[in-house]
Design a protein around this ligand. Structure first.
Ligand code: ZN
Length: 82
């Protein structure tokens, strides 16, 4: 009698975690951050973001389509050549 194996094949891969910020297009210093959970339910949805430099006088805000910043990405470590 043969047992059917339902084992999962698991692989571990070391990853680099990368944070991707959107720089404010007005002051070029601040980073855009979601504010007050405002969402336009368009397709894709648009998320309200405000510049982090509001305390320094930048009052830029905008709706960003489809993404909330910062983005967090996992990337494969580059192969070392030696
Ligand atoms: Zn700004």
């Amino acid at each position: 009698m043969t047992l059917v194996s339902n084992e999962n094949i698991l692989v571990e891969t070391e990853q680099i975690i990368v944070k991707i910020d959107k720089i404010c297009p007005v002051c070029n210093i601040g980073r855009m951050r979601p504010a007050n959970d405002a969402v336009l339910t368009s397709m894709p949805p648009k998320y309200f973001h405000k510049c982090t430099e509001f305390k320094n006088g930048c009052d830029h805000s905008e709706f960003v389509s489809g993404v909330r910043y910062p983005l967090i990405e996992y990337r494969d470590k580059p192969e070392s050549n030696g």
